[in-house]
Design a protein around this ligand. Structure first.
Ligand code: TRP
Length: 333
């Protein structure tokens, strides 16, 4: 019987911050699940992160930590390709080629470029401008069919599709044109300090965000301080965004319905509810945190995984780079 080839998924994450609960419940947990159905390649995109100034020692440490965290979360380096972007030189190579098939005007319209250049007016470098081309190279190198991305990256994915189409029209079928992978029914997690805002890694309020490596005491403290309302009923409703957010988190980590949760906390106050949510979150993160501690302490294991990941990534992308090089007229040895 002929084996059915699985579809390819590609996604990337910047190493420059520990993911928060929103990233975890909304995206990363799904990366883990996708491994059953798809042939997945996941990358820690260190090249992307130097578009803003980084402290070198910190970047190095965070790259290792992010890598360890992906494995601790359940990304299986045997099953999937897990690698550091900079370890496969093909990304930078294809990115250069594709930049010659991307228009200045297209890149100027990218809202993330506009936002980031406003935030860092002192360092509007060319890399910040061509960032989406490198992202296109990441995706197209692996002939990805689907790319799980958040809403903030949809414009970049649309550009990737345009670049792929353009290249295919000029030179014949070369790249798979990737589809966005829209995650169904993921919990949208808001800030604990202001439920009208998304949970964010760069919130000024330290109690607004739960990071996936926060210890139990920190998690409990943050949930105890979570903003609710002047009422006392655990249910959804007008002006109850804070409670609803806590309910969403509780529902996501315990896999229970809102109705179930309302029933459980009938007649109980917010204090009890916050404690229960904090405990449920701490419990659900604990096994992953334990694995993380083991992996990050085992330098040789981490290095071995990175090396094998880099090799697999190189092998999976080499053919595409060669094909592209030939098509544009380079001598391929
Ligand atoms: N730009 C993405 C982000 O900041 C990270 C990224 C880089 C990515 N390359 C990618 C995501 C390829 C999906 C596919 O979140």
């Amino acid at each position: 019987m002929e084996e059915i080839k699985k579809k390819r998924i590609f996604s990337g994450i910047q190493p420059t911050n520990v993911p928060h609960l929103g990233n975890y419940l909304g995206a990363l947990q799904n990366w883990v699940k996708l491994q059953d159905e798809y042939d997945c390649a996941y990358s820690i995109v260190d090249l992307h992160s130097i578009t803003v100034r980084q402290d070198p020692a910190r970047l190095r440490r965070q790259t290792a930590e992010s890598y360890a965290l992906l494995i601790a979360m359940g990304i299986d380096p045997e099953k999937s390709i897990v690698f550091v972007q900079g370890h496969n030189p093909a990304h930078a190579q294809l990115s250069w080629i594709l930049s010659c098939y991307t228009q200045f005007g297209e890149l100027s319209r990218m809202t993330q470029f506009k936002d980031k250049s406003q935030k860092h007016p002192e360092n509007i470098n060319a890399g910040l401008f061509t960032y989406p081309v490198l992202m296109a190279a990441d995706i197209l190198l692996y002939q990805a069919d689907c790319v799980p991305v958040g809403i903030d990256q949809k414009q970049h994915l649309e550009l990737t599709r345009n670049i792929a189409d353009r290249f295919n029209n000029l030179y014949g079928e070369t790249f798979t044109v990737p589809e966005p992978y829209i995650v169904k029914s993921v919990a949208k997690i808001a800030s604990l300090a202001d439920p009208t805002k998304k949970m964010s890694k760069s919130d000024d309020n330290p109690n607004a965000t739960i990071f996936v490596l926060d210890d139990r005491d920190t998690i409990m403290r943050k949930f105890k301080r979570a903003v609710t309302d002047s009422g006392c009923e655990v249910r959804r409703g007008e002006g109850k965004e804070g409670v609803e957010n806590l309910m969403s988190i509780y529902a996501a980590v315990t896999e229970r319905s809102f109705e179930d949760i309302e029933r459980e906390f009938e007649g109980k106050g917010y204090g009890d509810f916050k404690t229960a949510v904090g405990e449920a979150v701490a419990d659900s993160l604990a096994p992953m945190q334990e694995r993380y501690k083991q992996i990050i302490a085992d330098k040789s294991y981490l290095e071995k995984c990175m090396k094998e990941g880099a090799e697999k990534a190189y092998k999976a992308s080499r053919k595409t780079l060669q094909k592209v090089s030939k098509k544009v007229g380079f001598i391929v040895l």
